[in-house]
Design a protein around this ligand. Structure first.
Ligand code: ADP
Length: 400
């Protein structure tokens, strides 16, 4: 039987999954990708095979259908559709690995308990990521599980890049810059190492621009600085998150607007960013379609691009120069207008946009003697599958 590896990415109302088998070179090869949306409301499962063809499209009765039911439904679906495969292991995207994890880890009771202690550092994401781990441990105690973290890639940053200027006793409680989107940045670093080893050795800024958005400075393929910090709220404005904020704004929300801490948190995470500024949408496609006639949509886009430019300057300073820029994520991969606006603003660093190549989607979208910019689609799930292989290669895999 061929071992199959399940990768899970659990959110507040969705469960994304992918299934891999070992390819001829041992590298993970994708069999299926699926999305379970509308959990707790109108559950809808769509699964595609590796050609992109839809192989399942099921709308389920919402009555009591939450994450546990969705996970077990996916497990049943996989069992019914395996062809000569056995489920060998499950890998999870876990947002926070804290200071302890600079790479993927096999989950046992102690690891799980430690990850639960990190919930206060990522209260909106970590509980959803850990729930499927607990459910699978209960249902399939012998099934190996691996956690891959959004924070891990940044753990090699210089200490000074991870510090806030706060009293030591606060830092000792774990209040420091962790950074996120690390699976995406690790994928891009690996991709550059395989396709452009000279650039991979150099100074590269990667822009992961999706609903969540951040920039990361890579020096020789290692993260040296990033725009997200203690939480995934920091740095760039995002779909619904505010990005960097003067901390005194939070006191204003609490004291003058009399918001509870929970209401202030909801505002900054879910009603700010592109949505808050435009008053219209968190979706770049909608904003682009309306920008000509709606000044607020235009302002939201302009602020997004302006902040990318400002943060880029900061990361170029941290790197001491720049050799390459990579766009990735839903906006970075698809929105040629955002890429063009960012690169025109970065002409000071020597970037010369190639309009035609940019409209065509790259991969290289600049020309001339200066630093070059590229579009590279990210693949966080493939990175999790690689991380699982790293952790599990040593251990024999039980059959299910
Ligand atoms: P997430 O962070 O949730 O994974 P994605 O990486 O899928 O999000 O990015 C979602 C964003 O990508 C949305 O703002 C969406 O409008 C934008 N996007 C996707 N396709 C396009 C496109 N063709 N043109 C412009 N923006 C796009």
């Amino acid at each position: 039987m061929i071992p199959a590896f399940l990768v899970l990415n659990a959110g507040s109302s969705s469960l994304k999954f992918q299934v891999f088998e070992p390819g001829p070179d041992g590298a993970p090869r994708r069999l299926y990708r699926g999305l379970f949306e509308g959990l707790g409301d109108a559950p809808h499962l769509v699964v595609r095979d590796n050609t992109g063809a839809v192989v399942a499209d099921e709308r389920l009765d919402s009555g009591g259908f939450g994450h546990e039911e969705a996970l077990l439904h996916v497990a049943d679906w996989l069992m019914a559709h395996r062809s000569g495969h056995r489920l060998a292991a499950v890998g999870h995207r876990v947002v926070h690995g804290g200071m302890a994890h600079a790479g993927p880890v096999r989950i046992d009771d102690a690891v799980l308990a430690a990850l639960e202690r990190l919930v206060p550092l990522a209260p909106l994401h970590q509980p959803h990521n850990l729930e499927p781990i607990r459910i699978l441990r209960r249902q399939f105690p012998d099934l190996p599980q691996v956690a891959c973290f959004d924070t891990a890639f940044h753990r090699g940053q210089p200490e000074i890049a991870q510090l806030f200027a706060l009293p030591v006793e606060v830092a000792d409680l774990g209040v420091r810059r962790y950074g996120f989107h690390g699976l995406s940045y690790a994928f891009i670093a690996d991709h550059l190492a395989a396709t452009d080893p000279a650039l991979a050795q150099g100074r590269v800024v990667v822009a992961h621009l999706g609903n969540g958005a951040s920039l990361c400075a890579l020096d020789g393929g290692r993260s040296v600085a990033t725009t997200m910090g203690f939480s995934a709220l920091d740095g760039l404005p995002m779909g619904t998150r505010c990005g960097s904020l003067d901390a005194a704004v939070v006191f204003f929300l609490l004291r003058e607007m009399r918001l509870t801490p929970e209401a202030a948190e909801r505002m900054l995470y879910t009603r700010s960013g592109l949505l808050g500024v435009s008053g219209l949408s968190n979706d770049m496609r909608t904003l682009r379609a309306r920008a000509a006639e709606d000044p607020r949509a235009r302002t939201a886009i302009d602020l997004f691009v302006y902040r990318i430019g400002r943060e880029l300057g900061s990361l170029v300073a941290a790197l001491g120069g720049i050799d390459g820029f990579v766009f990735t994520g839903g906006i970075g991969e698809n929105d040629a207008a955002t890429r063009a606006e960012v690169l025109r603003g970065a002409a000071w660093a020597g970037f010369r946009l190639d309009e035609g190549a940019n409209e065509a989607g790259g991969p290289q979208i600049t020309r001339g003697p200066g630093p070059q910019a590229f579009v590279i689609p990210t693949d966080e799930e493939a990175m999790i599958a690689r991380g699982m292989r790293e952790v599990l290669d040593e251990a024999p895999l039980p059959a299910l």
